[in-house]
Structure formats: C-alpha cells, structure tokens
Ligand binder design. Sequence first.
Ligand SMILES: C[S@@+](CC[C@H](N)C(=O)[O-])C[C@H]1O[C@@H](n2cnc3c(N)ncnc32)[C@H](O)[C@@H]1O
Length: 201
Amino acid sequence: VNSNHKPFSQACLNNRDPILTQLKPLLEHCQSVLEIGSGTGQHAIHFAQNLPHLQWQTSDLPENHWGIQQWINDEGSANCLAPITIDANTPHWGHKKYDALFTANTLHIMPWDSVILFFKHLGSVLNTDGLLIIYGPFNYQGQYTSESNAHFDQWLKEASPTRGIRDIEAVNQLAEQNGLLWVDDLVMPANNFLQVYKKSS
Ligand SMILES: C[S@@+](CC[C@H](N)C(=O)[O-])C[C@H]1O[C@@H](n2cnc3c(N)ncnc32)[C@H](O)[C@@H]1O
C-alpha cells in the first residue's frame, strides 16, 4: 500500500461513518450514485465498500483524479468506479443517469456562481425521484451554528473571498428553483448537516 503518497483527509476519516449511517437507509433502493467533488477519494472507497448493492461513481476536477485513483487502486472495491471529470460550471455531465447524487464539503469551496450552476446542471444526470444528498456546514437564518464554523468561514474567506459557508435558505431556494423537493435536514457531528432533496416527477 502506497498510503504515504496518497492525499489524506483526517476529516473524512472522522465523518465517514456518521455519514454512512445516514446513507444506508437513504440509498437502500439505489443502484447508482454519482459523487461530485470526491476530493481524496476516501469517502468513495468507504461508502462503496459498505454499500455493495450499488455502484459508486467518483468524479472531480482532473487535478484530483490521480489521488482518487490511488485510493481505488489500494483499497477500492469493484463497485467504486474510476473518477470522471465533472465540473459544476460546465453543463456536460455525461449521458448516464444516476439514482442519487452525493457531494461533501463542496458548496463552501465553489464560488456561489458555481453553486448556482451546480444546481442548474445536476438535474440532467439524476433520475426522476432520485436523491441529492449534500454534506457540509451551513448557516441558518444568517447565523453560524457554532463558533468553530465562524472561524472556519473566516479561514475560508482568507484563502479566497469567493469561498464561504452557505445559507441553507439560499441553497434550499436553488433546489426548489431546479425542481428538487426538500426531503430532510439531518444534524451531523462537528456542526455539519446532511441535506436531502428529491427530483420531482
Ligand atoms: C474541501 S474539498 C472536499 C472533498 C471531499 N468531498 C471531502 O469531503 O473531503 C472540495 C472539493 O470540491 C471540488 N470542486 C471545487 N470546485 C469544483 C467544481 N467547480 N466542480 C466540481 N468539483 C469542484 C474540489 O476539487 C475538491 O475536491
């Protein structure tokens, strides 16, 4: 195992099991999941291993593919598929449709304009009644949910002023504008949330 040379995220290791616990019932009847912004690939290999009834398609911008592929080579199960390029900004997300879309910690990294495009484009690859599941920190009624999230937001904006924790009301509005029904808002450890939407028929 070439683990010293792989990208590694401690947060992924910490949050993967609480997320998996929620994904299990949500994805029980799904056969295919597309992950946007797979990052290191650690979530993908863990979720694919533990959700053997479905195919987990990884994706990210091209610069992250090698790391995701390393994790798949070393620890991936056969149902964890090699990364494809999906950029929220571009409308070409491929011809395949999925039963669910999953993304973690991406909406605060993309500029808001890209978040708008993300919601605009994702419907083209999501089956009717398919789920959109988004993990990450959110603000509620313009307020941080914790002091640590306030610091995190400041740190994000210092790295790039286009980054930042999003307001859940604005995200919910984008979902609604793009034909997604609100399903659930689950409270997760470490001041994170899991947002669940469904593509309406
Ligand atoms: C903070 S990382 C999160 C990675 C992983 N999902 C996790 O939870 O550890 C943000 C990810 O969003 C991806 N990303 C940024 N802009 C994107 C875009 N326009 N389209 C798709 N992915 C994007 C980055 O490449 C990166 O992998």
